[in-house]
Design a protein around this ligand. Structure first.
Ligand SMILES: [Fe+2]
Ligand SMILES: [Fe+2]
Length: 408
């Protein structure tokens, strides 16, 4: 009885920790001078497998390398791929593009004393280029200066530029009516996704910063790292758009990605299910199709950028899965059914076609997202249904035979 009470109390504490219906407020959190952000120790995933989980999940093999990789300053797309901005480029590139990639002198973050506070500054920055730069600067400062995670309140929604105009998805013009050639059209859409992805990752860092004690520093390290990756992806898209003679904001865009993120603000498990495991996983599905379309259009340079971005998205899905399992374990929940229940509760749709090999590599089990793929539990349920029916038929047969006097 005592044990049961203790378990109930623990569950209630965790539930209130991970499901915050009210927004976190500014905190009087005082950073401890011994609170160093590096090195981050991540819990061994084998230890975080919930006892009720019967399914073996094979994590992405590159996860540890991604986590321990040095700061990535290759924010310029050179003739042969990502590189640091060259001092004297050997190929044609506008002065503006160079300046955009090289100028890291912004001082907006100078007064910040924690990762969460810097994340809030990035979220409150409307200019997309500035947002991308600050994002990299914030992550770099945090890695190099050993600042604490801290606690901060995020803005209710990320600041956005005047352009692109945000419209309903049905009002997004088709490629034909957009005024952009197909390659620039697809690149503009991707740039919009990447800009949103910067905000989604920082919002996860800042919004759940009051729960650092329960989630662990590694959670925040991973999502700040994701934000840094996204800011680099956005910059590559911006650079390539400029090379094609266009800029971000030349056509309308939608606001669906932020809306999906916003509705999971009260629940970290839902945030992990909906953003990395649904939205980012959709990127794994769409990436190779986009690459093929660009190759078909004859734009190999853009196709290479998109292929590199799609490749780097694997890490984002993999860390999402890692932390989703960790949260499920803390809540004593089975991950597969929790994932499905959360999508139902938050009204999030899973849409194929799925890129099974990329999803497998990221570690998401197929029965989590594909209803045509039977899970072990589904199989057991079906078997017990068949057994019950058989038992019922046998019993009826026995009754019938008794009634017509046949030997029992
Ligand atoms: Fe990205
Ligand atoms: Fe991503």
């Amino acid at each position: 009885m005592h044990k049961l009470k203790l378990k109930t109390m623990l569950f209630t504490t965790l539930r209130s920790t991970f499901c915050t219906k009210t927004s976190p407020t500014h905190s009087s959190f005082k950073p401890n001078k011994h609170f160093s952000s590096c090195p981050i120790k991540f819990p061994q995933q084998q230890e975080t497998q919930p006892k009720r989980q019967t399914q073996t999940i094979v994590h992405w093999s590159g996860l540890e390398n991604w986590r321990s990789s040095p700061l990535n300053h290759n924010r310029f797309w050179g003739p042969n791929g990502p590189q640091t901005p060259p001092l004297q480029p050997s190929f044609s590139v506008s002065e503006e593009t160079m300046e955009n990639c090289m100028n890291f002198s912004s001082t907006d973050l100078d007064s910040c004393s924690s990762l969460a506070e810097m994340g809030a500054v990035v979220l409150s920055t409307a200019d997309p280029l500035e947002k991308s730069k600050l994002s990299h600067l914030a992550y770099s400062r945090w890695c190099q200066e050993g600042l604490p995670i801290g606690v901060f309140q995020p803005p209710s929604k990320p600041a956005r530029p005047e352009k692109p105009k945000l419209v309903s998805p049905k009002d997004i013009p088709s490629p034909k009516h957009s005024g952009l050639p197909l390659n620039a059209y697809m690149l503009h859409n991707l740039a919009h996704v990447e800009l949103n992805a910067i905000d989604l990752a920082w919002d996860t860092v800042v919004r759940f910063s009051p729960h650092c004690e329960h989630l662990g520093k590694g959670f925040f390290a991973d999502f700040a790292h994701v934000a840094d990756d996204e800011s680099r992806h956005f910059l590559w898209c911006l650079q390539r758009l400029a090379e094609l003679g266009f800029s971000y904001g030349d056509m309308p865009a939608h606001n669906i990605l932020w809306r999906e993120c916003d509705k999971t603000s009260d629940n970290v498990a839902a945030r992990l299910a909906v953003i990395p495991l649904v939205q980012e996983a959709r990127g794994l599905d769409a990436g190779p199709r986009l690459v093929q379309k660009l190759i078909g259009f004859g734009d190999i340079r853009t196709s290479n950028i998109v292929a590199k971005i799609a490749d780097e998205e694997l890490a984002h899905v993999a860390v999402g899965l890692y932390w989703f399992l960790s949260v499920c374990q803390k809540m004593g929940r089975a991950p597969c059914s929790t994932f499905r229940d959360l999508l139902k509760e938050y009204n999030v749709e899973l849409k194929g076609p799925f890129n099974y090999s990329a999803r497998d590599e990221a570690g998401i089990p197929r029965n989590w997202y594909d209803p045509s793929f039977p899970s072990q539990d589904d199989g057991k349920n079906r078997l017990s249904e068949v057994y019950n029916r058989l038992a019922c038929i046998v019993s009826m047969e026995q009754d019938n035979s008794k009634m017509d006097g046949s030997p029992g």
